[in-house]
Design a protein around this ligand. Structure first.
Ligand code: ADP
Ligand code: MG
Length: 318
C-alpha cells in the first residue's frame, strides 16, 4: 500500500534522510522507531506529500506522491508532529471542516459519529479544542486523520506529552486502526513500539538500521545470543567474514564510526562460542577488531547498539 524507495532528503550537506526504503501494508501497524533527530518526521512529511524529497519515490496504492498528489493524498490520513490547530472550533465543527476540506463522500453524520466513537471523543464533541486536555487533543488529531476513511494512516509521535493512562488508550486505538488500515506510527520509545506494532523499522541518522517483525525482535531477545563488534575494514568484507563463522546466524551493520570503522551486531546460536572463530576470520580478512562485547542483550541495548555511534555498555554485563 505504501512503498518508499531510496528516499533521500538533504539540507545543505546534512542528509536528514539517507536512502530509506520500506513498504507498509493494510492490516499492519509499522513502528518507525528512532532517537530524536533520526529523520522520522522528515520521512513522514515526505510520504504525506508535505515536503519534497531530494531523490527517491513514494507511492501510495500505486500513485506517486509527486506525480499524482491528489490521488495519493486522498489515501492518506496524517497526524503531523505539530498538528495545525484550530483552537477556537468545537471538535464537531473541526471534523466537519476537515470533511469538507478532504471532500469526503461518506454519509457525513454517520461517518463523523463513527470516527468520534472510535477515538473516544463523542462525549466532548461540543467542546472547544482550546479547552481540551493534551490527550483529548491528540485523539482529535487522530480523528481528523480518519476523516474520509483513507487506507493509510500516518501518526508522528502521537503519544508524546500524554500521561500513562492516555498513552495506553492511544496505543489501543492505534492497534485497532491497524486492523483495517496501513498504519505508520513513529516513536522514540522502544517498549511502546514493540507493544503496538507488527513490524519495527529502526532508523538512526537518516538510515534504516533494522527492519524486522516485532516477534523477531523478541525472539532475538530471548532465544539468540548476540555480541557487538567494532571493526575496521569495508562492511562487505567484514560481514562476509563474520557470516562464514560456524554458529553465526546473522550479521547486521550498525552505525559508522568513521570512514573505515563500523559497529556490527552479530547473532549466534545459544550454545556456541563464536568469539575465537570471529577473531580468526577477521584476522584472515585483515580487518582489525577494535572492540568485541558479548551480551545477551535486552531490546533496549539492541536499540542503542543500532542507533548510537559511541555506544558503551555501562551495565557491566560482559
Ligand atoms: P526526528 O523526527 O526523527 O526527530 P527529523 O526528521 O525532525 O527527526 O530531523 C532529522 C534531521 O534533519 C535532524 O538532524 C534535523 O536537525 C534535520 N532537519 C530537519 N528539518 C530541517 C530543516 N528544515 N533544515 C535543516 N535541517 C533540518
Ligand atoms: Mg520528529
Amino acid at each position: 500500500m505504501v512503498e518508499v524507495k531510496n528516499l533521500v532528503k538533504s539540507y545543505g550537506n546534512i542528509d536528514a534522510v539517507n536512502n530509506i526504503s520500506f513498504t507498509a501494508n493494510v492490516g499492519e501497524v509499522l513502528g518507525f522507531l528512532g532517537p530524536n533527530g533520526a529523520g522520522k518526521s522528515t520521512t513522514m512529511n515526505i510520504i504525506s506529500g508535505y515536503l519534497s524529497a531530494t531523490s527517491g519515490t513514494v507511492t501510495i496504492d500505486g500513485y506517486d506522491i509527486v506525480d499524482e498528489p491528489k490521488e495519493a493524498k486522498k489515501r492518506i490520513g496524517y497526524l503531523p508532529e505539530l498538528p495545525p490547530v484550530y483552537q477556537e472550533m468545537t471538535v464537531k465543527k473541526y471534523l466537519n471542516f476537515m470533511y469538507e476540506l478532504k471532500k469526503a463522500t461518506q454519509p457525513r453524520e454517520e461517518h463523523l459519529n463513527e470516527i468520534m466513537k472510535q477515538c473516544g471523543i463523542l462525549e466532548i464533541s461540543d467542546r472547544i479544542i482550546r479547552n481540551l486536555s493534551k490527550g483529548y487533543r491528540q485523539r482529535v488529531g487522530v480523528a481528523q486523520a480518519l476523516v474520509g476513511n483513507p487506507p493509510v494512516i500516518i501518526l508522528d509521535e502521537p503519544t508524546v506529552g500524554l500521561d500513562p493512562k492516555q498513552i495506553i488508550e492511544m496505543r489501543t486505538l492505534i492497534k485497532n486502526l491497524g486492523k483495517k488500515h496501513a498504519v505508520i506510527f513513529s516513536s522514540h520509545v522502544l517498549s511502546e513500539v514493540s507493544a503496538v506494532c507488527d513490524r519495527i523499522v529502526v532508523i538512526s541518522q537518516g538510515r534504516i538500521v533494522a527492519d524486522e517483525a516485532t516477534n523477531k525482535f523478541s525472539y532475538m531477545n530471548t532465544e539468540e545470543m548476540k555480541l557487538t563488534l567494532t571493526v575496521e575494514g569495508t562492511s562487505a568484507t567484514v560481514i562476509s567474514a563474520v557470516s562464514s563463522v560456524d554458529g553465526v546466524t546473522k550479521v547486521r551493520r550498525g552505525d559508522r564510526q568513521s570512514d573505515s570503522v563500523c559497529n556490527y551486531s552479530v547473532e549466534y546460536k545459544k550454545d556456541v562460542d563464536v568469539r575465537k572463530g570471529i577473531f580468526r576470520a577477521l584476522a584472515k580478512a585483515d580487518c582489525p577488531i577494535l572492540q568485541m562485547k558479548d551480551a545477551g542483550m535486552s531490546l533496549e541495548e539492541m536499540f542503542l547498539t543500532l542507533t548510537t555511534p559511541t555506544y558503551q555498555d555501562k551495565g557491566g554485563r560482559d
